[in-house]
Design a protein around this ligand. Sequence first.
Ligand code: NAD
Length: 492
Amino acid sequence: VLGSIGYVVYDGYVARHPEDQFVPDPNKKTLVILGTGWGSVALLKKLDTENYNVVVISPRNYFLFTPLLPSCTTGQIEHRSIMEPVRQILRHKKAAVKYYEAEATQIDHARKVIKITDNSEIKGTITENEVPYDMLVIGVGAENATFGIPGVRDHSCFLKEIRDAQAIRTKIMDCVETAAFKDQATEEIDRLLHMVVVGGGPTGVEFAGELRDFFDDDIKKLIPDIADRFKVTLIEALPNVLPMFSKQLIDYTESTFKEEHIEIKTKTMVKKVTDKSVEAVITHPDGSKETVTIPYGLLVWATGNALRPIVKDLMSQIPAQKDSRRGLAVNEYMVVQGTRDIWAVGDCAVAGYAPTAQVASQEGAFLAGLFNNMAKTEALENKIRELSSNLNLKPGNTAEITQEIETVEKRLRRTRDVKPFHYSHQGSLAYIGSEKAVADVAWLNGNVASGGKLTYFFWRSAYLSMCFSTRNRVLVSLDWIKAKIYGRDVSR
Ligand code: NAD
């Protein structure tokens, strides 16, 4: 009985019946989507999967709600609360979607195939393969920018993936417990408890705020003997942090950080990293430069995005991409310039917007609408073709059929009229520690800038409503309550 329904219900989950599994339809185009981040998942959410043979390829088998990643570094939020399994997302689609947990290593633009590698620890007999496509969406995001600065990759932690947040969480406690070791030298305690964050964008600022909270709320109480020596320094090459926010909010953030004893070193460019210190050049107000060595226990590198090798390689295959530096140049329909059947969304695409989650998800949703429309257009064109051939076969019904053709043509004109992508900026939000946040929110025809405790509650409710699923929302809320009542979990 359950088989005929097409679903099997067990343990509260609805599983796809084997008959419902992915079987490519030779009459449909194969749409391959690379990545499971903001852009790709927003596309998948709204895509009518009945129109295409949809294949998803990503080495990460979950969607990650990145805005709350800094909270995972201190245990304020448990990492699984902000992850949503891809299989779970795909289960809800009308027609089955094929998912390969694999890294797409190369796109062969001429042959229209993608080379994939299975990077999992357990290896099968086949670890490399090719996936052909008719249409391709690239949503692979970006990697961490290091600008080739020596030592960065070897000694610092990034803050992009779940494993980064886990590594930071472990390292914070490692520094604290080592600093508390019997008879530890004072100088060494100071080094171990000096947490340095490089990059004054939202990632660096939010992490610095979360870190300070962790020490003030929990470590201070649990290990009071070392608490006074804890220090956070935020290093930024530009004259101020959070350049995307208004001057008023930048000032508010800087003064809040002063109260929280987070030192901001602006106009300071890190040039070299070793296992225990960073070397940075400070530009003083009179223009003179000074090189300083800053010892650290934990170093977090948050200096923005760089191109992934697969994107660089594709750009080198397409002459129209020659002058693009920051990613795949796309037109107003997100089509990769110089191609007809490749689209790009999110941080790997250059559409004239900042590389944010908000932009990526709007681009993904736009593409879903575009693809749903393309399928509708094709169906209407086929209908007209069919009606036109009926005109010759059934000459007696000419008036009726002509009328029907006109109606379908009218619908076709409406369907074809797809407006180009337009980004609607809802605002920027950032947590800055001590239960304070800053927000630049679009309001009517202008912008509202606000900072403080009330904004913090707005930040929490906005992020909660943006979580992928109700399950995520419940888990995040429970984590907040748990941390409030019992404190953060400091075990490693
Ligand atoms: P970012 O690009 O916004 O900031 C990186 C900063 O690092 C820059 O200000 C740069 O001047 C500085 N920098 C670079 N090299 C340096 C060096 N050697 N020494 C010192 N400073 C150096 O990076 P991000 O914070 O990771 O953000 C990436 C993107 O994601 C941005 O578009 C951002 O708006 C978005 N984002 C938004 C939010 C939010 O809205 N809350 C949160 C995270 C990320």
